[in-house]
Design a protein around this ligand. Structure first.
Ligand SMILES: Cc1cc2nc3c(=O)[nH]c(=O)nc-3n(C[C@H](O)[C@H](O)[C@H](O)COP(=O)(O)O)c2cc1C
Length: 177
């Protein structure tokens, strides 16, 4: 797939649709420089601290958590529909047990600004450098969120990444679907 640089806002609708359907792929590097992909269903894109930001929510139990802690950057990748099996795999298996890039046949693409690579087979890649992180505060939740999402604790850490570049396969995204 050929990608070109676009504005971070250009495919906001596609990103949100993907997050709320099968999920997007969050890529980070382990301490040996091996990329790992984890499926995410939650993510935020907007503006903070005078810069474009993408925030992802990662539970401490995820292998990805240690990777982002170590490398302090990540990419968020929007997969095409035909990668649904691979997305399901990356959302149910851990990088502790599998080389998910190898298993899924993903091609790592060198990023322009961060160490974590993108995924060539995906439609959009956001390159993000960590600028802030915080843990969700249990006592600040309202309604039933704690019961629904945190019965076992494992409260998410929110990683805010400055979006340094957004690459999109524009031809594919513009084609009728
Ligand atoms: C559709 C879907 C969305 C998910 N969203 C998240 C998420 O936003 N944050 C999170 O911590 N885990 C999420 N998960 C769970 C992780 O993807 C899963 O635990 C994965 O195996 C962790 O991989 P890792 O151990 O290699 O980091 C999601 C799983 C699925 C199937």
């Amino acid at each position: 797939m050929t990608k070109q640089e676009v504005a971070f806002t250009d495919y906001f609708d596609v990103l949100c649709d993907t997050l709320s359907s099968g999920g997007a792929l969050l890529v980070s590097l382990n301490d040996e420089g091996v990329p790992n992909a984890m499926t995410i269903g939650w993510g935020l894109v907007g503006v903070a601290w005078g810069r474009p930001v993408c925030a992802v929510l990662v539970r401490p139990s995820r292998y990805t958590y240690g990777c982002i802690e170590a490398t302090e950057d990540f990419t968020v990748n929007v997969p095409p529909e035909e990668l649904s099996k691979e997305v399901a795999f990356c959302g149910s298996r851990s990088g502790r047990d599998y080389d998910k890039f190898q298993h899924c046949g993903f091609t790592a693409t060198k990023s322009k600004h961060v160490q974590s690579p993108g995924i060539a087979e995906c439609l959009i890649t956001y390159e993000c450098r960590l600028v802030q992180k915080n843990d969700v505060e249990p006592k600040h939740f309202i309604d039933d969120i704690i019961d629904r999402f945190y019965a076992e604790g494992d409260f998410h850490r929110v990683y805010y990444g400055e979006i340094l570049a957004t690459h999109a396969d524009v031809a594919r995204l513009q084609a009728p679907r």
